[in-house]
Design a binder for this molecule. Structure first.
Ligand SMILES: C[S@@+](CC[C@H](N)C(=O)[O-])C[C@H]1O[C@@H](n2cnc3c(N)ncnc32)[C@H](O)[C@@H]1O
Length: 109
């Protein structure tokens, strides 16, 4: 596998293993998510795991939780890393607002 990503004019090419080491990306990107649902967040779950490892928050508030894929990933990382973080999920629980659903809601009133 060619691990060259972006050529850096001043410093030369950056190798993926070097970048991963610098960002401390480790085994968490291969953890299996315990909660799965239909969500555009699936491919971002490893990022959620890494983000919690990198930030080690004491409080976590997710705005926009919907079916909970991202929130569950954050909570899974908090638990697995043994953090003391208090976690909160905030949502209107009405689902995604898109121009189509907003128009449908407006016309139904
Ligand atoms: C893209 S979805 C979230 C996806 C979710 N994080 C996941 O893992 O699948 C965005 C969510 O934001 C919520 N939302 C949008 N605007 C909001 C608002 N003003 N107040 C509360 N929730 C809101 C919607 O209800 C929707 O559930």
């Amino acid at each position: 596998m060619d691990t060259t990503i972006l050529p850096q004019p001043a410093a030369g090419p950056v190798r993926l293993p070097v970048l991963m080491a610098e960002l401390d990306i480790g085994a968490e990107i291969d953890w299996q998510p315990e909660h799965q649902a239909e969500s555009a967040w699936h491919e971002h779950v490893p990022f959620a795991f890494w983000l919690i490892k990198a930030l080690r928050p004491r409080s976590l508030v997710e705005l926009g939780t919907h079916w909970g894929v991202s929130y569950a990933a954050f909570c899974q990382a908090v638990e697995r890393l043994g953090l003391e973080a208090r976690c909160f999920a905030v949502d209107s629980w009405e689902g995604m607002r898109t121009p189509a659903t907003t128009a449908a809601t407006s016309s139904a009133r």
